[in-house]
Design a protein around this ligand. Structure first.
Ligand code: AMP
Ligand code: MG
Length: 360
């Protein structure tokens, strides 16, 4: 475990009567966590910032142990290996199965929690070699991809909660796990009375409260065309109390015979999505209690990346105004932001993209 204490306890200075007069808010803890296949950075503020930051880490590690597909002892692995029988599941997996099945239905199966066998065939589940499966193999595996089976077999509480999937089916929650972790982290921050925090779960940002200077948090949108460069952004979003979740083919891929294959699979073909988009960022409010907006943003970012620009914008228009907003980066050099973000997004001029605003 790598914990990096960057800056802490300016309060001590304050209490000893010397040094600048700082508000208790200025106490800050920053830790790096390597989990869920990514480097994460958790920065919390306020008097209880160290306890809050480590409680956030606990949430992430606990969820990873329950949801990992590579850990044979995880709850997800037990469900995937149950041969269609019902198994007991804990509260988190129970909630997440329900959410993920609903989000699969809502996105008409662009996001599909039962995509696991196809993701594994490409080697993206971890543990296997990357490879390009034959069309025959993909066709056979795609028959197992059907979120309705989970929906129908879902077994309601009371206790103990149980769930089942169809024989041969397997679930992959990699497209929503970090978003759900961000939702749980909001609860932790509230419990610890943290005034502000910046939580980066690798492409999955929670801008909680505002910055210590009262300005909004600045969240850079990675330029998918310049992944090797540091701080190469398509643009910057100014956000308070928001989730901003990005999906892009550049985040995980392999190359074979000069072709690039990435990890976001289009369930209608079994192949990596090829929709003309290079990244999708979904932004939604984080201050609404009891609302799993982090999970929603995560599923939507994956689904809308697969749908492509036109369908993604239709999806946004069909839903109530302001519930979420989008930043789409296209293969042909444009950044499209939905109108609710127009005054919160600044294009990085050095990126060479042109900016368009989509209206409802
Ligand atoms: P994200 O980075 O949130 O877009 O999630 C990508 C991850 O979600 C992949 O690494 C897979 O584990 C999983 N995944 C890939 N394609 C799909 C899909 N069509 N529906 C649901 N999950 C997917
Ligand atoms: Mg996602």
């Amino acid at each position: 475990m790598k914990r990096l204490v960057v800056y802490a306890l300016l309060l001590a200075l304050l209490l000893s009567g010397c040094g600048p007069q700082l508000s208790p808010d200025e106490a800050q803890e920053s830790i790096q966590v390597i989990a869920m296949d990514t480097a994460m950075l958790i920065t919390t503020y306020g008097e209880r910032s160290p306890a809050a930051a480590y409680a956030c880490e606990d949430v992430i590690r606990d969820l990873e142990s329950k949801l990992s597909r590579t850990d044979p002892d995880s709850e997800v692995s037990r469900l995937n290996n149950a041969g269609g029988e019902a198994v007991e599941v804990g509260e988190d997996l129970y909630i997440l199965l329900h959410e993920a099945a609903c989000l699969s239905a809502e996105t008409a199966g662009a996001f599909d929690l039962t995509i696991a066998p196809v993701v594994s065939a490409w080697g993206f589940a971890g543990g296997e070699e990357y490879r390009v499966p034959s069309q025959e193999e993909l066709d056979r595996l795609l028959e197992l991809v059907d979120y309705n089976a989970v929906y129908n077999r879902y077994i309601t509480p009371p206790d103990p909660p149980r769930a089942a999937i169809g024989p041969g089916q397997a679930i992959d929650l990699g497209g929503v796990a970090k978003g759900y972790a961000a939702d749980k982290i909001v609860e932790v921050l509230r419990e610890h009375e943290v005034p502000r925090a910046n939580i980066n779960l690798g492409g999955n940002v929670l801008a909680y409260g505002d910055r210590p200077d009262g300005a909004p948090w600045r969240v850079g949108i990675q330029d998918p065309a310049r992944v090797g460069e540091q701080n190469a952004f398509a643009g910057v979003l100014e956000l308070t109390d928001s989730f901003a979740v990005t999906s892009g083919g550049y985040q995980r891929y392999f190359e074979q015979d000069g072709k690039r294959y990435h990890h976001i699979i289009d369930p209608s073909t079994g192949y990596p999505a090829d929709s003309g988009l290079t990244s999708v960022t979904v932004v939604a409010p984080a201050e609404l209690e009891g609302c799993l907006n982090g999970t929603m943003c995560d599923a939507y970012s994956t689904a809308l990346f697969i749908m492509g620009e036109e369908k993604a914008l239709d999806f946004w228009r069909d839903r109530s105004a302001g519930a979420f907003e989008l930043v789409l980066v296209t293969e042909d050099g444009r950044v499209v932001v939905t109108e609710g973000l127009a005054d919160r997004f600044t294009l990085d001029e050095s990126s060479g993209y042109t900016l368009e605003v989509a209206s409802s």
